[in-house]
Design a protein. Structure first.
Length: 529
């Protein structure tokens, strides 16, 4: 039977379908995969193209072996046919961001495997005519998929070329020697602890969890009890906090460098302007700005208004690819990733028992690097407006609170809360050693709260103590928000609802020296709309 498409082209269509999950993020219109990549972005494109062409070569060889009608042709095509449903479901779930129930994946895998084994064992020549008709139809579909795959390769090459210099260091703002903040202006330390929940820290703390540093700072600070988050996702919340504008979506240029914000109040997109942020406000007041941050590419989007900057985000790309690692390292890592992904779906296994150790190791590396960079900035007397965005207590857990060590073993959000507490104590100790704790203005906050019901409780790493701590994955949207004014000795609370989008205005008031007492802060909050 003459086929409309050559087996090599059909093989490319199959390879395209199999690798949708790793191809998709690099060609997605939002380009957020590039935006959040702190390593060399070109690595991602090279690895994805290598994977695509390697799989294409293997499948081409298999389909060429299946050219001659007979049992071998039947078994090769059956293996492909019965593999595709499971592969496509997995790819779609990864692209759409939903978690497939473990029973569904195991059942589908078992069903496809059983069908393949049964047909292979009970093979009869009579199977061949209807099978060849099905093969012909499938070849046509896959041939057209291959044509789209060629277009995808073109996109990968174009976007890769545009992003080739994405990780090139950018020249930062140079603080003028003659520019100094006024003598009475305090040093300002703004700390974002990613996903820090007010409820979990102060209101309904997990039984037995000790947070002495948070308790100590509450006794000499203003604790906000009802903060309305700017957004529930970091990539939207942080730009909103920096600019003072409501943001409900972002998009990025195909080079991964230019950021645009969508404003829900005006229903319009606008370019992100670093000069319209709190960092420009600080520079205008004579401050020297410093940032050590996670996830968002601060050094890439804010170079004109930062005197010191470090950022990192090393979450593996789908498939286990890590930007900046060698080709051989990534290949070995991908093999291990795929073997593990299949093994946890076998009967008797459960994904929750298989913590992604690569992600955890990189999360720990991010924490260590950011802590070190932050310490250097806190120790620098010239850096007097410091922003630290730390990757804790953001899940998954990287800390063993009982042994007080970083770990790739079992760990939860509750453990990470203890690590966040340890970090607050560490910052306090550093500033006290420099006699700067009392005189500094300290703002500690979560960019958003712990996203229990709509995110983490659906993920494979959700643990029993997280279920208990969240009272059945109930979502409380209030992030923690703590302000210690210069010289403040007594703690207080503000129960008035406060929109986190006003954080820029709050920091501006601290820069201007308008807030001296907790009463001043309370009155200021009541004036915000």
């Amino acid at each position: 039977m003459k086929r409309p498409f050559h087996p090599v082209l059909v093989a490319f269509g199959i390879a395209t379908l199999c690798l949708l999950a790793i191809v998709g993020p690099l060609i997605a219109p939002a380009h957020t995969a590039l935006y959040h990549t702190s390593g060399p972005a070109l690595t991602l494109f090279v690895m994805v193209l290598f994977d695509l062409f390697l799989l294409w070569a293997l499948l081409s060889f298999a389909l060429l072996l299946a050219e001659k009608p007979g049992r071998r042709q039947f078994e090769i095509w059956s293996a492909i046919l019965f593999s595709l449903p499971w592969i496509l479901l997995k790819n779609i779930s990864m692209l759409a961001g939903f978690v497939i129930p473990h029973t569904v994946t195991v059942s589908l895998l078992a069903l496809c495997l059983t069908a393949f084994v049964t047909l292979s064992v009970f093979w009869r020549p009579a199977f061949l005519p209807p099978f060849q008709r099905l093969e012909g139809l499938l070849s046509v579909v896959l041939g057209f998929v291959a044509l789209y795959g060629i277009f995808i390769v073109g996109q990968l090459l174009w976007y890769g070329w545009q992003a080739r210099e994405l990780s090139t260091p950018i020249v930062l703002h140079q603080h003028s020697v003659s520019s100094h903040r006024r003598a009475s202006a305090p040093r300002i330390i703004w700390i974002v602890l990613d996903e820090l929940s007010y409820q979990q820290v102060y209101e309904r703390r997990f039984p037995g969890l000790e947070l002495p540093a948070f308790d100590a700072i509450a006794r000499e600070s203003v604790v906000f009890t009802h903060v309305v988050p700017a957004a529930n996702f970091t990539e939207r919340a942080i730009p909103s906090l920096m600019t003072g504008l409501p943001v409900d979506d972002i998009r990025v240029s195909s080079s991964g460098a230019q950021l645009s914000l969508h404003r829900p109040d005006t229903k319009t997109w606008q370019p992100f302007d670093p000069h319209q942020t709190v960092f420009q406000d600080a520079l205008n007041a004579g401050y020297s700005t410093a940032v050590a941050g996670w996830y968002n590419p601060y050094c890439r989007i804010l170079p004109e208004v930062l005197d010191h900057c470090f950022w990192t985000f090393q979450l593996p790309y789908p498939g286990g690819i890590v930007a900046g690692q060698s080709l051989s390292d990534n290949l070995l890592r991908q093999m291990a990733h795929r073997i593990k992904a299949i093994s946890v779906r076998l009967p008797g296994q459960h994904p929750a028992s298989a913590k992604p150790q690569l992600e955890t190791r990189l999360h720990i590396a991010d924490y260590r690097e950011l802590r070190s960079a932050g310490d250097s900035m806190l120790a620098d007397s010239d850096a007097d407006f410091v922003f630290l965005h730390m990757p804790i207590p953001h899940p998954e857990g990287i800390y063993d609170r009982r042994n007080k060590i970083l770990t790739t073993g079992p760990s939860s959000y509750i453990d990470n809360l203890a690590l966040a507490d340890s970090y607050v104590a560490h910052v306090r100790s550093l500033l006290q050693q420099r006699n700067e704790w009392d005189s500094s203005a300290i703002v500690i906050m979560g960019d958003h709260s712990w996203r229990t019901s709509f995110l983490w409780s659906k993920m494979r790493g959700w643990m029993p103590e997280e279920e208990a701590a969240s009272h059945g994955a109930q979502f409380d949207d209030r992030p923690a928000y703590i302000v210690k004014l210069p010289g403040q000795q007594l703690g207080s609370r503000i129960d008035t609802p406060f929109k986190a989008v006003h954080t820029r205005s709050l920091l501006d008031a601290l820069i201007a020296g308008q807030l001296h007492t907790s009463g001043d802060l309370d009155a200021w909050v009541k004036q915000q709309k």
